[in-house]
Design a protein around this ligand. Structure first.
Ligand code: HEC
Ligand code: HEC
Ligand code: HEC
Length: 499
């Protein structure tokens, strides 16, 4: 008997393959048990809350009727502003569709998700929702009937929004938005991602709802409600006890982490689509390749990428307000963020955002140091494609960007960003650079820059090696210092762009 046991259970005698297999099976069994427990817990919570939601369905409406009319309008106005700050329309208004009626396709690595109708239509939208139910969606990512929503809805950010701001948003969606009858489409997610169990599991690992806390602002998952109130008083008078700059930083943190949902793109994600750092951490802004979109959202805490600590504060404000600054312009998805959201932020809120971003400890991630050493070591000899790139630049680019990459001004305003000293050119991740050359693009059209010039697409004009040459050239001319780009890098991306 003893020999039997030691033969079959003697771990030390097992082949490595068998060990791995048994270990994996034990691990999966554990996961399964955990998931079952979680699901039970989540379902139970859902039941409790559903009751509340049903009971208060009419409360929001009644409250509205009792409000003084002026007060009412003010809430709707504040809500409209907050909806711009949160850029709800970017996802909830489909191209060519009615405002906020949903149905917009969001491709995720797990499958296709469709956004919901959030107009006040009673049958297909959120017309029957209470303010409580609306807040719960923002704060906890649950629908009115209690079911868990996918994190394609950025509630890991919106959980940072205060109840007061959520109520103002609610007022706007109930009274400032036209009801549209349009049924929600069901998501196109394969098993197991289409289950509540998967969402419950995901949430237990990566999501924690924020709580409002007036007293202790440093507790990690609390919302600073003093900073949040600034929007309600637009003039943003600093509250007692908070100095001006400190106040700005707190307000900026509230905006960036919450409604601004900057980390939704600028944070690295793990294989399960969650931000790699803690949801409440400022490290969330470390830069990431956007899933499915072939764009790189550079780090907001790295001065070699999109960190803004070293820039004059008014340049940061200008970049977010107009989409263009002397050495930078907003491209692709970021241009959409500026066009739909940040250009409408008040100057006070943009200044606060800039103050917060500038207050963050700077991290030199993404081998920018490696990059620097590489370029100094290769500094003596010019890259192989340099001469060819220079020729192509004069021929195709210099008329707009200037022979010295100095950009262009029209009537004193920056019309075209300089390519010299422009971090979008020298980023170690060349995704955006190759992409804009292939596909072209526009800076966002904003009040501050109403008719942006366009960058023509070169996919049909230049072949892969030409594109590699000209990007290599602009990455090492006029004092720019970055690695060469190869034709292979271009080939990979051309496929994505041509689709
Ligand atoms: C990045 C895209 C995105 C943005 C930005 C966004 N949403 Fe959504 N939202 C979604 C998706 C996707 C869903 C559907 C989630 C699901 O069904 O699991 C959703 C669902 C919702 C729901 C739940 C609807 C229901 O019937 O259950 C509400 C409420 C909502 N969003 C409100 C807002 C508000 C308010 C804003 C702006 C402050 C906003 N959303 C911004 C993507 C977005
Ligand atoms: C939808 C995804 C997305 C969201 C949301 C987003 N960004 Fe970006 N951002 C990007 C991408 C992609 C780039 C790189 C393209 C570019 O340089 O414009 C970028 C670039 C930037 C840059 C650098 C511009 C330059 O060239 O120097 C800054 C600064 C920035 N974002 C700030 C923000 C802030 C602040 C927020 C939140 C209010 C935010 N972003 C939200 C995708 C996003
Ligand atoms: C017709 C004028 C025009 C020509 C020709 C042109 N560009 Fe551009 N380029 C622009 C404009 C306008 C922008 C700003 C677009 C934006 O912000 O989305 C731009 C943006 C860029 C950017 C991104 C800059 C940033 O700050 O993010 C790069 C890189 C670039 N161009 C490189 C080139 C190269 C290389 C060529 C030649 C192969 C070229 N351009 C030819 C007008 C032009």
């Amino acid at each position: 008997m003893r020999t039997f046991w030691s033969r079959w259970c003697g771990w030390s005698r097992w082949t490595p393959v068998r060990r791995i297999f048994v270990g994996l099976a034990a691990f999966l069994a554990l996961l399964f048990a955990m998931a079952c427990g979680l699901l039970l817990r989540e379902m139970y919570a859902a039941d409790l809350i559903t009751i509340q939601a049903v009971n208060t369905v009419t409360v929001g409406v009644k409250q509205g009727q009792n409000d003084a009319i002026g007060q009412n309008d003010l809430r709707v106005q504040r809500g409209a502003y907050l909806a711009k700050v949160g850029n709800c329309a970017a996802c909830h208004t489909a191209r060519g569709g009615a405002a906020f009626a949903g149905g917009k396709v969001i491709s995720t690595p797990f499958g296709t998700v469709y956004t919901s109708n959030i107009t006040p239509d009673a049958a297909t939208g959120i017309g029957k929702w209470s303010a409580d139910a609306f807040y719960r969606a923002m704060n906890e990512g649950r629908s009115a009937d209690g079911h868990l929503l996918t994190p394609a809805f950025p509630y890991p950010n919106y959980t940072h929004v205060t109840r007061a701001d959520s109520d103002d948003l609610y007022s706007y969606f109930m009274r400032g938005v036209a009801p549209v009858a349009q049924a929600n489409k069901s998501h196109d997610l394969p098993f197991p991602f289409n289950t509540q169990l998967a969402l419950a599991f995901w949430r237990s690992l990566f999501f924690e709802k924020a709580v409002e806390n007036n007293a202790n602002l440093d507790v990690k998952n609390t919302i600073n409600i003093i900073a949040a109130q600034a929007v309600n008083t637009q003039a943003s008078a600093p509250n007692e006890g908070l100095k001006r700059d400190n106040f700005d930083i707190q307000r900026g943190a509230y905006l960036v982490r919450g409604l601004g949902h900057c980390s939704a793109c600028h944070a690295e994600r793990n294989a399960l689509g969650a931000s790699v750092n803690n949801q409440f951490s400022d490290k969330l802004l470390g830069g990431a390749l956007m899933p499915m979109r072939d764009w790189y959202a550079p780090s907001l805490v790295d001065p070699a990428e999109a960190g803004v600590a070293h820039l004059p504060r008014q340049d940061v404000v200008a970049l977010l307000k107009t989409g263009i600054a002397p050495n930078a312009s907003m491209l692709g998805p970021m241009a959409e963020v500026v066009a739909g959201s940040t250009q409408f932020w008040t100057d006070a809120d943009l200044t606060a955002t800039a103050a917060y971003l500038q207050s963050l400890p700077q991290a030199f991630a993404h081998d920018s140091t490696k990059n620097a050493t590489k370029s100094t070591s290769s500094g003596k000899s010019k890259p192989v494609l340099f001469e060819k790139g220079a020729e192509l630049f004069t021929q195709h680019c210099a008329t707009c960007h200037g022979e010295q990459g100095q950009g262009m001004r029209v009537e004193g305003n920056v019309a075209l960003p300089a390519l010299a000293g422009n971090r979008a050119i020298t980023l170690s991740n060349t995704t955006n650079l190759v992409r804009i050359l292939l596909a072209g693009g526009y800076a966002p059209s904003t009040v501050g820059n109403p008719r942006p010039f366009g960058m023509p697409p070169f996919a049909h004009v230049l072949n892969d090696e030409d594109i590699a040459a000209v990007t290599t050239y602009i990455r090492s001319a006029w004092g720019n210092q970055a690695d060469s780009v190869t034709a292979a890098d271009v080939v990979r991306q051309r496929r994505g762009v041509m689709q």
